[in-house]
Ligand binder design. Structure first.
Ligand code: ADP
Ligand code: MG
Length: 690
């Protein structure tokens, strides 16, 4: 019975609402009372900052009152009309309100009338001016200044109509909405009730109450998300069963002997955290976060070999064919003298090869498989899968993690990401995982010298490249990322490649790598670059992720302003992989302040974690981490930059709640449970909790 929930009541049932207005609302995506309630103000104008005219200052929104001493309306030479109304509160200081093309505005006012203007004052010649101020007629009984909500994009719907409608909807329906937040949590944090909070959001008495109201709903949203993650974690980890894969001293010694270097302290710590998980029956659900080039692969290899040593199969999944092959080659090197039976499973196999490969996997004749998404296709079966390692997890979504389970096994999971993720994002997107972090780079790494070069230095930069390549170094030239158009990216790269090979680098071997090449070609180009059959690789951001060629230490990034900070950091990470100091030259023409700030941060900072935070602050979460890409959907109200404290709070409460009431079966949690299932049941495979 949908009508029992007031939030589902259709707007057309509200009294006195016209068809025209309904259509405007519909265009904003507002169809139900709930839609309307949760159409939150974007911000507020605080009109409580009332000052004498002499005390106004430029910048923030302020309010001043006075008597009308002048009214003027005239036409400008460009055809616009301008209305000007001047107030004074002491006979000396004046505040002028101006309106363009609103001749009717003049008709509202008369000399001697007492008005208040609210807006941003600007000093003009000898007096303050406000462009299109909000006006109140003080002796006409208008309401007092207060806090005015500013709604996002209302098209032709006038704010006062929206407010009137909201007022009616609140009066009729808000009290009837059952509060999702259990009383215990509401009291713990002293949150206002649903009804109160909603009124405070839309009709606040002060900025403080507006903020409190909003924060309550943000908390609620975060709580539901974190409950979903807590439930998923419980389901997968606490109720799943994975093989016990212990590491004996012999196994440990054998594995370490295969690695060509000693693990760093951070790698060692990550390895022991992984080993502790593998030795338990609960499936490991661990995220390995590391800065670029910090050496995640070695940790992955260690884990894979633990599984194999325990007579189980292990899979390593990479987001691209290039990376899958690179991993396969690394394993070939490390395992050249071992009996581990290995296999590369990619989309490039012929149907016959694929059939044989799958048969071998299913029969248990393969110990270690490396592959792309091809690994999670329906027909892939394992004889005894013990561990799945997923590289560059941020390229995959939550869905993909769910997939292996449906194959009927409970393997241990290690997911790795080289894009350091701000804490708040990690708690959201990977909130059901344990986390290991590698910050330290392997010994002997030299910092990359990064320079933002003026346009006229191109020749000099090319000379540096030629000098370096003559000494046996290799380089990348990264072509501009063309927004929204992979085709243009390719064109830019292809053209640059031809020009460079024919011109400044005619004495060198220049290769081309871009996203539109087929996987075979890409992998072939990458391999010849790795074998040093190419000196310079002209590429799009395909190489952004994971590519490891220690001899390549030179990089030019064209139009660096078009890349995000984290992306730039990833790119630069490619030339910081060996003992020789890398050089990274940027050409960039940032249009605005934000762009310049981003580049300066990049020049200043080498710490990927710090850059990720900064990137998110500058660009917002959506841009930083394509909201759709991670599969959890957008947050409706909460904002990971602004509301980080609430996220931590909600997470603690959610995990405690699930520990106390694992299936959310208690009656006081029924509404929460329904809300969690409705929002995340499908995405997170929670259908059968409890
Ligand atoms: P990422 O974490 O970015 O995936 P990789 O695993 O590709 O980094 O490692 C980057 C480079 O560092 C590789 O060339 C690898 O051989 C090297 N490396 C990793 N760990 C160590 C170590 N402990 N000592 C020396 N070199 C290492
Ligand atoms: Mg890697």
């Amino acid at each position: 019975m949908p009508d029992s929930n007031p939030l589902l009541v259709r707007l057309e049932t509200l009294p006195g609402i016209s068809a025209a207005r309904l259509e405007l609302l519909e265009r904003l995506g507002l169809r139900t009372v709930g839609d309307l309630f949760f159409h939150f103000p974007r911000t507020y104008e605080d009109l409580n900052d009332v000052r004498p005219i002499a005390g106004l200052s430029a910048g923030s929104i302020q309010t001043a009152q006075g008597e009308v001493v002048e009214i003027d309306g005239r036409s400008l030479s460009d055809g616009r009309t301008v209305v000007s109304v001047v107030l004074s509160d002491d006979g000396t200081h004046c505040l002028e309100g101006v309106w363009f093309n609103q001749a009717f505005a003049a008709r509202r006012f008369r000399y001697g009338q007492r008005l208040s203007f609210s807006g941003k004052p600007k000093w003009y010649r000898d007096h303050w001016q406000m462009n299109g101020p909000r006006v109140q007629i003080l002796d006409g009984g208008d309401e007092q200044p207060g806090v005015v909500p500013i709604y996002p994009l209302t098209e032709d719907l006038r704010p006062e109509h929206l407010r009137a409608l909201l007022g009616r909807a609140l009066d009729l329906h808000a009290a009837g909405v059952a509060d999702v937040l259990p009383a215990a949590l509401r009291h713990r944090h002293d949150w206002p009730s649903f009804d109160r909070a909603l009124r405070d959001v839309h009709f606040p008495a002060s900025l403080e109450t507006a903020t409190r109201g909003r924060r309550r709903f943000v908390y609620e949203e975060f709580l539901i998300l974190q409950l979903a993650l807590a439930l998923r974690r419980r389901e997968v980890r606490d109720e799943g069963r994975a093989p016990i894969l212990p590491v004996t001293p012999t196994i440990d010694e054998r594995i370490r002997r295969l690695l060509p270097f000693q693990l760093t302290a951070d790698q060692d710590r990550a390895v022991s955290e992984v080993c502790r998980d593998l030795a338990a029956e609960k499936p490991m659900q661990r995220l390995l976060q590391a800065d670029v080039g910090a050496g995640k692969t070695a940790v992955a290899v260690y884990a894979l070999l633990v599984a194999v040593a325990n007579k189980h199969q292990a899979a390593l999944m990479a987001p691209t064919e290039v990376l899958a092959r690179q991993h396969a080659r690394t394993l070939d090197r490390y395992l050249a003298h071992s009996r581990v039976r290995r296999l590369l499973l990619t989309g490039a196999l012929t149907p016959a090869e694929r059939r044989d490969t799958l048969a071998a996997l299913a029969a248990g004749d393969i110990d270690l498989v490396v592959g792309t998404q091809a690994l999670v296709q329906e027909d892939v079966r394992f004889a005894r899968l013990g561990l799945v390692v997923i590289d560059e997890q941020h390229k995959f979504g939550v869905h993909q993690r769910a997939r292996f389970r449906r194959l009927g096994v409970d393997p241990h999971y290690l997911v790795m990401t080289a894009t350091p993720i701000p804490r708040t994002v990690a708690l959201t997107v990977f909130g059901d995982l344990d986390v290991s972090i590698i910050r330290q780079l392997p010994p002997g790494r030299q910092p990359v010298a990064t320079r933002w070069e003026p346009k006229n230095q191109r020749e000099r930069v090319y000379t540096r490249l030629r000098e370096g390549m003559a000494q046996g170094r290799q380089g990348y030239l990264v072509c501009p990322l063309v927004e929204e158009s992979a085709t243009l990216d390719v064109k830019a790269a292809t053209q640059t490649h031809a020009e460079l090979q024919a011109g400044p680098f005619r004495d060198f071997r220049v290769g081309l790598l871009h996203g539109r090449q087929d996987e075979e070609t890409k992998a072939a180009v990458m391999e010849s670059f790795e074998r040093h059959e190419l000196d310079l690789l002209v590429c799009t951001s395909v190489i952004e992720v994971g590519v490891d060629v220690p001899r390549a230490t030179l990089m030019v990034i064209e139009h660096a302003e078009r890349f995000g900070l984290s992306q730039l950091h990833q790119l630069r990470g490619r030339v910081s992989r060996g003992p020789v100091a890398g050089q990274c030259y940027l050409f960039a023409e940032p249009a605005g302040d934000e762009g310049r700030q981003r580049l300066r941060a990049f020049l200043r900072t080498r710490d990927g974690f710090a850059l990720a935070e900064e990137d998110m602050q500058l660009r917002g979460v959506g841009e930083f981490f394509g909201a759709r890409q991670h599969g959890l959907g957008e947050l409706r109200i909460g904002n990971l930059v602004r509301d980080g404290d609430l996220l931590g709070m909600a997470r603690k409460d959610a995990f405690a709640l699930v520990a106390a009431d694992p299936g959310l079966r208690r009656p006081e949690h029924a509404l929460l449970r329904a809300a969690v299932l409705e929002r995340y049941g499908k995405t997170l495979d929670l259908a059968e909790i409890g």
